[in-house]
Design a protein around this ligand. Structure first.
Ligand code: CA
Length: 369
């Protein structure tokens, strides 16, 4: 924009003060109209202080703050656009296979899972800034949803938790629901014992509450479909989750490769099954990752948007991958409180049926800026 004194009357120009004022205003307008170049995207690897610098630069560029509180009192954290290598390198897979031999209870097919799921390691570009929950969604936050809507979870309608049946008949499972998952919880515990659809219902409710666009609509067959580019609440894509978890690191965990240090960052079987107390713990009690996110490793598994396909990494697109178009199971990440250190790795993938619900599976939301 050009602002000059050409259009002004001469009488104005006789007044020096007005002339100075006009020039200052012109400079200010010119400054505001010049497109501020976007900060660099966060291309991994980057160090912890650089992760924070990327967040701060993008917050400044977008005239917002890195952390914001939403209407539920949930803190959502800005994650900058970026690039990273998703999955594990061949050396990391070899290391994990050796590691697996030290674990006493090895699930059948676990070695194949490590070999197949995390390879090939591939570059991913995330083109947009997002916000992601600083913690897993809590019992207290889910309680606000239930109280506002009288929502009855699928778990309750299906006959109870710790199950993947739509018609669970075991009476012992009937009481395993979101506020009594089978261990002691507080409002700060991650909500568990809910299905994928229950999480989607929560996300759509929260979007409406905050006058954001809903991220999911139901198809004619009653299946929840993602609405592209809606700025409301949703589950993270698997790629968004891993980028947010790694926060610039290329190591097993977001703090490095030292397995013993996981005790400081995660509730998993070594830290969460001590003594008589079992179960997920109140969120944000351990150390955060470089982006300021808590419990990305451990506590509750975190459901993602994507369907599961063990060959997906060989065909995933470079930019903003959304996962396979169809599938029977959906991805979960980060491992739950009774899993092993191996499962808490940033690259580890697991998948559950959308209707399964357990006391160690929860979620974390993403929303637009
Ligand atoms: Ca978690």
């Amino acid at each position: 924009m050009e602002t000059s004194h050409h259009g002004m009357t001469l009488s104005y120009l006789y007044d020096r003060r007005l002339l100075v004022k006009a020039l200052v205003v012109g400079l200010l307008i010119g400054h505001a109209c010049a497109a501020e170049p976007a900060p660099p995207t966060a291309v991994a690897p980057f160090a912890a202080d650089q992760a924070k610098a990327h967040q701060a630069e993008w917050a400044k560029h977008l005239a917002t703050s890195v952390e914001q509180q939403n209407s539920l009192g949930m803190t959502v954290v800005l994650i900058p656009p970026g690039e990273f290598m998703m999955g594990s390198s061949p050396d990391q897979i070899e290391f994990a296979l050796q590691w697996l031999t030290t674990i006493p209870r090895i699930a059948p097919g676990e070695a194949d899972r490590l070999r197949n799921e995390e390879q090939p390691q591939h570059r991913v570009v995330l083109t947009r800034p997002i916000r992601i929950g600083r913690t897993e969604v809590t019992v207290g936050q889910f309680r606000q949803f239930v109280e506002a809507t009288n929502y009855v979870t699928e778990t309750e309608r299906f006959g109870g938790g710790n199950s993947s049946k739509a018609g669970e008949t075991d009476p012992a499972k009937r009481t395993a629901i979101w506020h009594s998952p089978g261990y002691k919880v507080t409002n700060q515990s991650p909500v568990t014992q809910i299905t994928w659809n229950d999480m989607i219902a929560f996300c759509n409710w929260l979007s409406e509450r905050e006058h954001r666009e809903r991220c999911y609509r139901q198809s004619d067959q009653g299946v929840w479909m993602r609405v592209a580019n809606a700025n409301g609440y949703r589950l993270p894509t698997e790629a968004e989750w891993e980028f947010a978890c790694r926060a610039g690191t290329t190591t097993h965990y977001s703090f490095g490769d030292e397995v013993a240090a996981l005790d400081d960052y995660a509730w998993f079987n070594r830290t969460a099954e001590k003594g008589k107390e079992i179960g997920a713990r109140p969120v944000a009690a351990k150390r955060p990752n470089p982006f300021g996110l808590f419990d990305m490793h451990g506590n509750a598994w975190e459901r993602c948007q994507d369907f599961h396909d063990s060959t997906w990494y060989g065909k995933s697109p470079l930019e903003d991958p959304q996962g396979p178009a169809t599938g029977s199971h959906r991805i979960v990440r980060g491992a739950g409180w009774h899993y092993f250190d191996l499962h808490c790795r940033s690259a580890y993938r697991n998948n559950y049926s959308p209707i399964s619900r357990t006391g160690n599976t929860g979620f974390r939301v993403v929303c637009g800026l």
